[in-house]
Design a protein around this ligand. Structure first.
Ligand SMILES: [Zn+2]
Length: 93
C-alpha cells in the first residue's frame, strides 16, 4: 500500500486510487492487521463492506476511523464507490 509513481492514479494517505485510469478495480487484497494473512477478495460494487472476517485468525475486521469499509482500511485498493467518486470524499459513508 505504497505510492507507486508511474501509474495514473491519485494517491492520498498512501492509499491507491485508480481514478485517473477510468477503470474500477473490483479485487482488493486485504491484509489482516492482527495476523498478517493476505487474501484477495472481490468487492461489492454498490456497497461498502463494513465487516470482514479474516480467513487466517478469524478476527472480525472493521474500518479504521475515517474509512468507509474494510477495503479502504486494509485492502490494496479502495472500494468501488470511492474509486468511482475519485476519492473517499464521495463515498457512501
Ligand atoms: Zn487475521
Amino acid at each position: 500500500m505504497r505510492c507507486q509513481p508511474g501509474f495514473s492514479f491519485l494517491c492520498k494517505s498512501n492509499k491507491v486510487y485508480f481514478h485517473m485510469s477510468g477503470a474500477i478495480v473490483l479485487e482488493s487484497t486485504i491484509t489482516c492487521p492482527q495476523c498478517g494473512v493476505s487474501k484477495t477478495e472481490t468487492m461489492p460494487v454498490n456497497a461498502c463492506q463494513y465487516f470482514y472476517e479474516c480467513t487466517g485468525c478469524g478476527a472480525l475486521l472493521r474500518p479504521k476511523p475515517g474509512d468507509c469499509c474494510v477495503f479502504c482500511s486494509y485492502g490494496t485498493v479502495a472500494c468501488p464507490p470511492v474509486q468511482m467518486a475519485g476519492g473517499r470524499d464521495g463515498c457512501c459513508a
